[in-house]
Design a protein around this ligand. Structure first.
Ligand code: ZN
Length: 261
């Protein structure tokens, strides 16, 4: 098993039968897997003998094969779909919450957030309103990083130490503000495993996408062939830089929709 470094998996909403998703556009649904797929993936990890850690634990990089599990956005499915499966398997995980989404349809409300933490899961921050952070002027950036952190701390009554960037987008200013706000780590969505050589402020994560085949999932967890995704990721970042985030997203939405029937 090739396991140099620890792969951080990035999950989003989990789809439950008969329950509408928080959003319906193809660019969102692409990141959503079904409850059954999530169960299958957790079972595979369990059978494969990985230790599963949260973001506070994983960067100690123990010698045995480990996986770090993370969730973004703070959907209600964190508590009602993911948590029971993770607990049954004895897995740790970090849930990054978009503070301003709390209590809106499909997302956790405050009491559910406390319950998720009470079950032993780690809570991190995923901004206030989920914008692309490098696009923002200073006062808005502060609201998204500093105020979002304080909001979660008010609800949970203790320091929130880990941040993940909406859409994986970040720049030097973002990292500086996160560090200044007291975050001990920042995760993005660049396709690489992390190791002792990785900055805690640039933790890579691999998105688990809808339709990912079991073999691809296994290869991802074992850190095999991530360079191929890394190459695709670099091409995407160049396109984002050339086009700007907004035009890039519009173009991507058209491409994901495919040809009209
Ligand atoms: Zn997000």
């Amino acid at each position: 098993m090739a396991t140099k470094g620890c792969v951080f998996l990035m999950y989003h909403e989990i789809e439950l039968p008969g329950r509408p998703l928080c959003q319906s556009e193809p660019g969102y649904v692409r990141y959503i897997i079904t409850d059954q797929t999530f169960r299958d993936q957790m079972q595979w990890i369990k059978q494969s003998g990985f230790r599963v850690l949260n973001v506070s634990e994983a960067p100690n990089y123990p010698p045995e094969p480990t996986i770090c599990i993370t969730f973004d956005d703070g959907c209600e499915s964190d508590l009602i779909a993911a948590a029971p499966v993770l607990r049954a398997a004895g897995f740790h995980a970090t849930f990054y919450i978009t503070s301003g989404f709390l209590g809106t349809p499909g997302y956790l409300h405050r009491e559910q957030l406390r319950e998720l933490e009470g079950q032993g899961f780690e809570i991190g921050c995923h901004s206030m309103t989920h914008p692309y952070l490098p696009d923002l002027p200073e006062p808005e950036l502060k609201r998204e990083i500093v105020d979002a952190k304080l909001e979660l701390e008010r609800i949970l009554g203790h320091a929130i130490e880990h941040f993940s960037c909406p859409g994986g987008r970040y720049d030097g200013r973002t990292l500086e503000m996160a560090r200044g706000a007291g975050f001990r780590s920042v995760a993005n969505s660049r396709y690489h495993a992390n190791s002792a050589a990785t900055s805690r402020y640039e933790l890579g994560r691999v998105a688990v996408l809808r339709g990912m085949l079991r073999e691809e999932f296994a290869a991802t967890c074992q850190n095999r062939g991530l360079w191929k995704k890394q190459f695709g990721g670099r091409t995407r970042r160049v396109a984002q830089w050339l086009l700007g985030n907004r035009i890039y997203d519009q173009l991507r939405a058209v491409l994901l929709r495919g040809p009209k029937q």
